[in-house]
Design a protein around this ligand. Structure first.
Ligand code: CTP
Length: 398
C-alpha cells in the first residue's frame, strides 16, 4: 500500500463534484493513508459531512470559531493537504493569502507542507486568466495541481475543468512522497502478451497480463521519469493507466519490433517485461481458414512455426554508453542458472527471474530473483507487483 502511515488532510470545498470526494477518501484509505477531513460550508450544501463520519473519521466542519486552534492541530497532522474538489473561489483565496475559513486557515498555517489542488469548475472559470495566474503563483509555494479532465460540465458547457479522475489524484499524491531519482531520464517499458496470428481471427499468445510492466511504468513516472510504455494487448489488465505515461499499443512481432527499436534509441533505461512470442506462423492466411470440407473430429491440421528474432539481444547490440537494459525471464526450474545464462547471452545489466511455476502469470503479485551484471543475486518474496516495482526501481544503480 503506497500511502501506509501517511497523514492526509482532505479538504472538500463547494463544487458539484463534492460527492466524488467520498470515493477519493476511500481510495486514499485503500492505499493505507490516515485521513482527516474538513468539509467547507458550501460543500456541506452538496454533501453531508456525516458520510465521512459514518466511516469513523474525524470530520471538521468549516467553523473556525468552534475550536479556535483546530487549524494548527490539523496542519501539524498533515503530511499533505489535499484540496479536492478545489473551487475557483478557494484557489484564488489561497493565492491572495486569505485565511477566513478552517480550510484557508489550515493551508495558511502550512507553508512548508505539500498542498495538492484537484480543481473542479466550469470550463470558462478554469480558463480565466485570474485563476491561471494564481495557479502559477501557487506553484512557487508548494502547491501542486492535478490537471482537470476535459469534457461536459454539469452546466452543459464543454471544456477543461471537470474534477480529475480519482486515480490521477491518488497517483499525484503518491508521487509527492517519492524521491525523484529518475528526473530527466526517459524510461521505456514493454508489457503484455504478444499475439502471433494464423488468420484474421486466430492467434497464439500467452497468459502475461502486462501488470508488472504497468507497475514499473507507473513507479518510474512517480519518480520523475518521462515514461513510454509499449503495450501488447493489455486491455484486460487495468482500466486505468496514468496519463503521464505515453502508451504505444502494439499487437504482433513486427509492429512491436519497429516501435521498440525506434523508442530504444532515446531511452536511458529499458524494462523489457513484455512476453515476446518465440515463434510465429510460417504462413499467415489473409482470410479465415475454414474446416476441411467433410473432415471428422480428430483430423489434424498441420501448421509450421518459425522462430522469431530475440529482440532483447538485438537492442543490447545497439545499446550505447549510459543506457541500462533490464530484462525479465519466465522460468519454471533452475531459476538462477537459466537467469544467469539469459543475462550473459543478452548482455543485460539486470534480469528479474519470475518463478512462473508458482501461479504468478496474470496475477497481482510476483516473486523471484534479481541478478545484476556484477553477479549479485537478490531474492524477492511474494508481494504486489507495484511494491516489487518500487523495490526494483529504487535498487537500480544508475
Ligand atoms: N525476449 C525477446 N525476444 C524474444 C523472446 C524474449 O526480447 N524473441 C525477451 C523477453 O521480453 C524477456 C527476456 O527476453 O525480457 C526473456 O524472455 P523469456 O521468455 O524468459 O526467455 P527466452 O529468451 O524466450 O528463452 P526461453 O523461452 O527458451 O526460456
Amino acid at each position: 500500500m503506497a500511502l501506509t502511515d501517511k497523514n492526509i488532510l482532505l479538504c472538500v470545498t463547494g463544487s458539484i463534484a463534492c460527492y466524488k470526494s467520498v470515493d477519493l477518501y476511500r481510495s486514499l484509505k485503500k492505499e493505507g493513508a490516515n485521513v482527516k477531513i474538513i468539509v467547507s460550508a458550501s460543500a456541506e450544501k452538496f454533501i453531508s459531512s456525516y458520510i465521512f463520519e459514518s466511516f469513523g473519521e474525524d470530520v471538521f466542519r468549516d467553523d473556525a470559531f468552534k475550536s479556535p486552534l483546530s487549524h494548527i492541530a490539523l496542519s501539524k497532522f498533515a503530511d499533505i493537504i489535499l484540496i479536492a474538489p478545489a473551487t475557483f473561489n478557494t484557489i484564488n483565496k489561497f493565492a491572495a493569502g486569505i485565511a477566513d475559513t478552517l480550510i484557508t486557515l489550515a493551508v495558511s498555517a502550512s507553508p512548508d507542507k505539500p498542498k495538492v489542488l484537484a480543481p473542479a469548475m466550469n470550463p470558462n472559470m478554469y480558463a480565466n486568466k485570474i485563476l491561471k495566474d494564481n495557479l502559477d503563483k501557487l506553484r512557487k509555494y508548494n502547491f501542486y495541481t492535478v490537471s482537470p479532465e476535459t469534457g461536459n460540465a454539469a452546466c452543459g458547457d464543454s471544456g477543461e475543468g471537470r474534477f480529475p479522475e480519482i486515480e490521477d489524484i491518488v497517483f499525484d499524491v503518491e508521487s509527492i512522497f517519492k524521491e525523484k531519482t529518475l528526473k530527466g531520464k526517459h524510461v521505456l517499458v514493454t508489457a503484455g502478451a504478444m499475439r502471433e496470428y494464423l488468420d484474421p481471427v486466430r492467434f497464439i499468445s500467452n497468459g502475461s497480463s502486462g501488470k508488472m510492466g504497468i507497475s514499473l511504468a507507473e513507479e518510474a513516472a512517480k519518480r520523475g521519469a518521462e515514461v513510454t510504455l509499449i503495450a501488447l494487448n493489455i486491455m484486460a489488465a487495468r482500466k486505468y493507466i496514468n496519463r503521464r505515461i505515453k502508451i504505444i499499443n502494439r499487437t504482433g512481432f513486427k509492429d512491436f519490433k519497429d516501435a521498440l527499436l525506434s523508442e530504444f534509441k532515446r531511452c536511458d533505461i529499458l524494462f523489457m517485461a513484455a512476453a515476446v512470442s518465440d515463434y510465429g506462423f510460417k504462413e499467415k492466411s489473409p482470410v479465415k481458414i475454414k474446416k476441411i470440407c467433410g473432415s471428422a473430429a480428430g483430423t489434424v491440421l498441420g501448421v509450421e512455426l518459425v522462430q522469431n528474432e530475440d529482440l532483447l539481444k538485438a537492442v543490447s547490440e545497439i545499446k550505447k554508453e549510459g543506457q541500462t537494459v533490464f530484462g525479465f525471464a519466465a522460468e519454471t526450474n533452475s531459476l538462477i542458472e537459466n537467469g544467469r545464462k539469459k543475462l550473459a547471452e543478452k548482455s543485460l545489466d539486470y534480469i528479474f527471474i519470475n518463478d512462473v511455476s508458482k501461479g504468478i502469470v496474470g496475477g497481482n503479485e510476483n516473486e523471484g530473483f534479481l541478478i545484476t551484471k556484477a553477479g549479485e543475486i537478490k531474492r524477492f518474496e511474494r508481494e504486489s507487483k507495484s511494491e516489487l516495482a518500487a523495490k526494483l526501481i529504487s535498487g537500480l544503480s544508475l
